[in-house]
Design a protein around this ligand. Structure first.
Ligand code: ME8
Length: 511
């Protein structure tokens, strides 16, 4: 039986349109999902939208429409973005769906049954933008003297009846869990941040609100709606069919990995495992937090109006260059800056010059000079052995990097082979061998083809559309494109279709 792999993105708030930040997490998760499928896993990849809470309710009010119609519209936009980015999610969850309300209420009842929830009164700070409660000592004083959340979000003083979750009781169990599962929080800097936070002591958490109604009603007390983060985190269970014990996806829980931006690690690495412990449910294996993108050096914000929608970028540069850029430009986990200049440079240098050229010059040379078929492999020279050997060890290197979510390292490894192959072709000069030693020419071309095939197969998770075009040109059948297929060589004599370029150079047109 295949091993299971369950990966999630955060579910995005529908208070605003999808942007580069959302596209980033979804693309990273997509690369992992595609990689695991090609590596023989049974994958469940989930993304979706977070549609309840005060923030979404006020965005709907500001737009002058009822919250359901509003969330329907914005969720459709998120679904469109996922399609345009070629995100291969197996499900798209919306928290306003009946299946989700049912899951939230079932989890709530389980928390009540375990004695983890009690009724009280919340009196304290709340930041609607973060949908988060803050202690007085966490607040910062802004330049204008006002109190702000650590994220810079405005805070308001809230006094209302509320149910509480006994988070304070989970300090020790959480610390013991982090200790036993050192890989649970990644990267390590985030792990330390969370450890310090939990060691500092945990207050009970307000988990219901009464001052608005846009949420999942608390079972048995409809004056309360559930705190949007309890509602939102439950999505990861809902999609597996919870609370049903049997179903198509129930075996996918616990998740292998929750990918999140660094600002929401606390919800995923503290609150979520505590809820699950209280409910007696298994905990996910890992929460990985990545960094934040700025745009041309500035934070994306409403006041600057500089949110980048990836769709016009796809129109202008093509989908796969955008996907590639997002994962190539910054080490996952660190922050990065988006600039057109950097995108154009990656496209022109690494895609068009390095990879595009390697494919194009090898394939068009074979089409013209080697009978448009896979050439036979003759006696191997040392340079050939070296090339073939580096192609043979590449899948393990890429697998190792991707299992650590080191996307840029995986790409770096692949590009090392691409650059070596370009140097090899220059050095071996098949165009000269054509007259002097046609057998040797065939061997050189075959070594190049094998290398390009490795690169094409291993790059599929990153650039599925373009690599499909490249593998078509190599005559690789659809069923021979997974990682296991790399072990067998190509078939000499197999006909190759007419080659064409896959990455045109981008030339900036003066405005
Ligand atoms: O937090 N750079 O939703 P959200 C990188 N609904 N990633 C970014 C980013 C940026 N500048 N901006 C956003 C929520 N992201 C909750 C989540 S999960 C149970 C509930 C990405 O719409 C990143 O993944 O504010 C971040 O964590 C997420 O979008 C926040 O999306």
């Amino acid at each position: 039986m295949k091993q299971r792999y369950y990966i999630t993105t955060p579910i995005y708030y529908v208070n605003g349109a999808p942007h580069l930040g959302h596209a980033y997490t979804s693309t990273a998760a997509d690369v992992m999902a595609r990689f695991k499928r090609l590596d023989g896993y049974d994958v469940f990849f989930l993304t979706g939208t977070d549609e309840h809470g005060q923030k979404v309710e006020s965005a709907a009010r500001a737009a002058g429409i009822d919250p359901q119609t509003f969330t329907d519209q914005v969720a459709a936009d998120f679904i469109d973005m996922a399609k345009r980015m070629n995100i291969s999610n197996d499900d798209f969850i919306r928290t306003t769906e009946p299946r989700h309300k049912r899951a939230c209420q079932a989890l709530w009842l389980r928390l009540v049954a375990s004695g983890a929830i009690y009724l009280g009164k919340y009196e304290g700070w709340y930041a609607v933008r973060d949908e988060a409660f803050y202690d007085e000592d966490e607040l910062i004083i802004a330049a204008d003297g006002s109190k702000k959340a650590p994220s810079g979000a405005p805070v308001e003083w809230v006094i209302e009846p509320s149910y509480f979750f006994k988070l304070s009781k989970f300090q020790e169990p959480l610390l013991a869990f982090y200790e036993e599962n050192p890989g649970f929080i990644a990267p390590p800097a985030k792990r330390n941040e969370i450890l310090n936070f939990v060691r500092g002591g945990l207050n009970d958490l307000s988990v219901s609100r009464t001052s608005f109604t846009w949420g999942v009603p608390v079972p048995g007390d409809p004056d309360h709606v559930m705190y949007v983060w309890l509602d939102a985190l439950t999505n990861y269970l809902t999609a597996t069919g919870y609370p049903d014990a049997v179903g198509a996806r129930t075996d996918f829980w616990p998740a292998n990995i929750h990918l999140v931006g660094k600002e929401i690690i606390r919800f995923h690495a503290v609150y979520w495992p505590a809820f699950l412990m209280a409910a007696g449910l298994p905990l996910p294996s890992r929460v990985y937090s990545h960094g934040w993108w700025t745009v041309e050096g500035e934070k994306m914000s409403k006041s600057l109006g500089n949110f980048i929608d990836v769709r016009p970028l796809i129109e202008e540069f093509g989908l796969d260059p955008v996907r590639f850029f997002l994962l190539r430009e910054v080490p996952f986990g660190g922050d990065g800056d988006f600039s057109r200049k950097a995108l154009i440079s990656r496209l022109n240098v690494e895609l068009a010059n390095d990879l595009g050229n390697l494919g194009q010059r090898t394939l068009s040379f074979i089409a013209k000079n080697a009978g448009a078929a896979v050439p036979p492999l003759g006696r191997l020279a040392e340079a050939d052995e070296t090339m073939l050997q580096s192609a043979a060890v590449l899948p393990d290197k890429v697998r190792d990097a991707l299992d650590r979510l080191a996307f840029n390292e995986a790409l770096e490894e692949i590009w090392r082979l691409v650059r070596n192959a370009n140097a090899y072709i220059d050095h071996q000069a098949p165009w000269a061998l054509k007259k002097t030693d046609p057998k040797r020419m065939a061997t050189v071309l075959r070594v190049l083809l094998e290398s390009i095939r490795s690169v094409g197969i291993l790059l599929q998770p990153f650039m599925p559309e373009t690599m499909a075009k490249l593998l078509d040109q190599l005559g690789i059948a659809a069923e021979d494109r997974d990682w296991a297929a790399l072990a067998a060589p190509m078939t000499a004599g197999a006909a190759l279709p007419a080659p064409f370029g896959i990455f045109p150079r981008y030339v900036e047109v003066a405005a």
